[in-house]
Design a protein around this ligand. Structure first.
Ligand code: FES
Length: 61
């Protein structure tokens, strides 16, 4: 399933970019050689980044 329809970036690719250290939605797209077009996917990517950070905080405790 695509998160970013403009660039064809999937959920798995978003997760991969976050694991590689992407801190912002634009970092996630840049990790895959893309740039935001319409920007509609950015809030969802930001949520995924936030969820990953919260998850890693829980895991660290
Ligand atoms: S859906 Fe990602 S920039 Fe348009």
């Amino acid at each position: 399933m695509y998160v970013c329809n403009c660039n064809g970036v999937t959920r798995g690719e978003v997760a991969e970019a976050i694991e590689a250290g992407a801190q912002k939605p634009t970092d996630v797209l840049a990790h895959h050689g893309c740039e935001p077009c319409c920007g509609r996917c950015l809030p969802e990517i930001a949520e995924t980044i936030g969820g990953a950070k919260a998850g890693s905080l829980v895991a660290a405790e």
